[in-house]
Design a protein around this ligand. Structure first.
Ligand code: RM4
Ligand code: MN
Length: 389
């Protein structure tokens, strides 16, 4: 182990990445959703699969749920099931984008009946949070319009503010409301929460327990995402990440797959801004779908990618960097950052994992575990979980 790695190793211990339950269900594009043998048929099976990721990596101690996709009769039983497998239930994601009633919007709709229905859904999510022990209520809205003049953008923004205030009032003292933005889709002309500025303005009006969620796939190409990370942390409003990667749209591909350097730059700003400090309340989640690749290994690869870039970000010689920046030594400063980025931490991470009783190679350990054959054999009959269900 290099001496520099030995210095940062203790900081790797506190890394915790939340997995999305929906990553274990089938998903696809609007062209086709493909089935995969062994896909979970209910939330209990999704959590069992998520627990495999944690068992092999030690990196993923909680699972986010999506309501109503993960609706169950007995949330206490789901919680006990999760805990018995060594994981906790995490963020509750609301869903106001798959009902007829939301055709023209939900929390920002001009129709008070649609708005009330969406508010009631969030109340239901808060009730679930009390049973699951979840801290965060995450809200992503499909609200927007397709044609100029279709609706009044200002009225919708005001309606949204009112809806959010009503929901925020219900949030428990140790719970948070986290608002996620996305620049387009499914609405194409205007989106009611398109960017971090709008999300920030909306949550700032609510109070301390309202934060912004940054989904790395929700920006226009070329956006400097790490700048947004810096700014939200500076403003004390970076609630959580939805990690994934994108080539063209909201692709929800494996984080760090499309642009590892971008993931590195994001983690550099997280570390710089204190988001990775002991006791930080920034949530690190994945928001991914595995359309063609195996789902459990897809999630294992994802958390390992985050771990690798976190390690590289921690490797930066901050003192030297700061000195070079102060001296306007452009190339030295850039060189210090790039040195850390180009450091291959994989051998050190493998050794470090082993020293903690984890497999050196979690991908290989999962493949050798026989779990996949078991679920393929056991999960026959029923309906596989999938996008929209
Ligand atoms: C949205 C957004 C949300 C996620 C849904 C499934 O685009 O990213 O975070 O819950 O998709
Ligand atoms: Mn997301």
């Amino acid at each position: 182990m290099t001496s520099r790695f030995a210095q940062i190793a203790p900081h790797l211990e506190r890394q915790a990445i939340e997995l999305p339950s929906w990553a274990f269900g089938n998903s696809g594009t609007r062209f086709r959703v493909f089935g995969t043998p062994g896909t979970p048929r209910d939330p209990f099976e999704k959590i069992a699969d998520a627990a495999q990721v944690h068992a092999h990596t030690g990196l993923a101690p909680s699972v986010a749920l999506h309501i109503p996709w993960d609706k169950v009769d007995d949330y206490a039983a789901l919680r006990t099931h999760a805990e018995s497998l060594g994981v906790a239930l995490g963020t509750i994601n609301s869903n106001t984008f798959q009902d007829e009633e939301y055709k023209f919007g939900s929390l920002a709709a001009s129709d008070p009946a649609a708005r009330q229905r969406a508010i009631d859904h969030h109340f239901e999510c808060i009730d679930i949070m009390h049973e699951t022990g979840s801290r965060d209520l995450k809200i992503w809205l499909a609200d927007g319009t397709n044609y100029p003049g279709q609706d009044d953008m200002r009225r919708r923004q005001d309606a949204l503010a009112e809806s959010l205030a009503t929901i925020y009032e219900r949030i428990g003292d140790d719970q948070r409301l986290v608002l996620e933005y996305k620049f387009f889709e499914p609405a194409f002309y205007h989106t009611d929460v398109p960017d971090w500025g709008t999300a920030y303005a909306q949550v700032a009006a609510l109070g301390d327990r309202a934060m912004v969620c940054l989904d790395t796939g929700h920006h226009a190409p070329g956006t400097n995402i790490e700048f947004i990370v810096m700014q939200l942390q500076r403003l004390g409003k970076l609630g959580s990440f939805d990690f994934n990667s994108r080539f063209y749209a909201d692709d929800d591909l494996i984080v760090g797959a499309a642009d590892p350097f971008q993931l590195f730059r994001i983690m550099v700003e997280v570390v710089r801004g204190g988001g990775y400090d002991e006791g930080s309340d920034v949530g690190f989640m994945l928001d991914q779908c595995h359309n063609i690749e195996e789902k459990i290994p897809g999630q294992i690869r994802s958390v390992l990618n985050v771990q690798e870039m976190t390690a590289r970000a921690l490797l930066i010689d901050r003192e030297a960097l700061n000195a070079a920046q102060r001296a306007n030594d452009v190339l030295t400063a850039n060189g210090i950052l790039m040195d850390a980025f180009y450091t291959d931490v994989r051998p050190d991470l493998a050794a470090w994992r082993e020293s903690r009783g984890l497999p050196a190679d979690p991908m290989a350990a999962y493949a050798a575990s026989g779990y996949r054959d078991r679920i393929v054999a056991e999960r026959v009959g029923g309906t596989q979980a999938g996008w929209g269900a």
